[in-house]
Design a binder for this molecule. Structure first.
Ligand code: S3P
Length: 165
């Protein structure tokens, strides 16, 4: 079985993905982590040095490689759905779950985060609202199921997902 989680930064893709992998006894893969291994530095440093387009190119290559041999539980980077080819490969090769959150919930979870380059702006909540507006349709287009992450704990989210698989 191959499951991919999509959603905005802070939606819980890594936390839920890791726990879901344990539950299903499948390996857990975080595309951000694979990108960091390939480029040899943090995403934040890579963004700064090479820019977003170069980052998206590496991310696309990682998704193409994973889609060639889909297995495990994959947490994708929040912007992976921006490219049509990523959306198509994820949808065709994985059971895709959209972990959906409100910008306000995401802001609460991320307000002390310094790792995510897209949120290092004067108005991160405004930025999250913009990202949500632009990407919500793309996550919906990519996903087979939508799971609202508002109240439930990670363990409850895993239970909800397992019932949908
Ligand atoms: C990004 C989300 C990040 C990471 C990069 C860009 C985005 O992943 O891929 O900083 O464009 O939303 P997470 O969703 O795991 O934070």
């Amino acid at each position: 079985m191959a499951v991919a989680l999509v959603g905005l930064p802070g939606a819980g893709k890594s936390a839920v993905g890791r726990r879901l992998g344990q539950r299903l006894q499948l390996p857990f893969i975080d595309t951000d982590h694979v990108v960091e291994q390939r480029v040899g530095c943090s995403i934040r440093d890579f963004f700064e040095r090479e820019g977003e387009t170069r980052f998206r190119d590496v991310e696309q290559q990682v998704i193409t490689d994973l889609a060639a041999n889909p297995s495990g539980v994959v947490a994708t980077g929040g912007g992976s759905v921006l490219r049509e080819c990523n959306r198509a490969q994820l949808r065709d090769r994985f059971h895709v779950i959209y972990l959906r959150s409100t910008p306000e919930d995401l802001f609460r979870r991320l307000r002390h985060d310094v790792k995510r380059p897209l949120l290092q702006v004067a108005d991160p909540l405004g930025r999250l609202r913009e990202l949500h507006g632009a990407r919500d349709p793309l996550y919906r287009e990519t996903a087979h199921d939508v799971v609202e992450t508002g109240r439930p704990s990670v363990a409850m989210l895993v239970n909800i997902i397992v019932m949908q698989l």
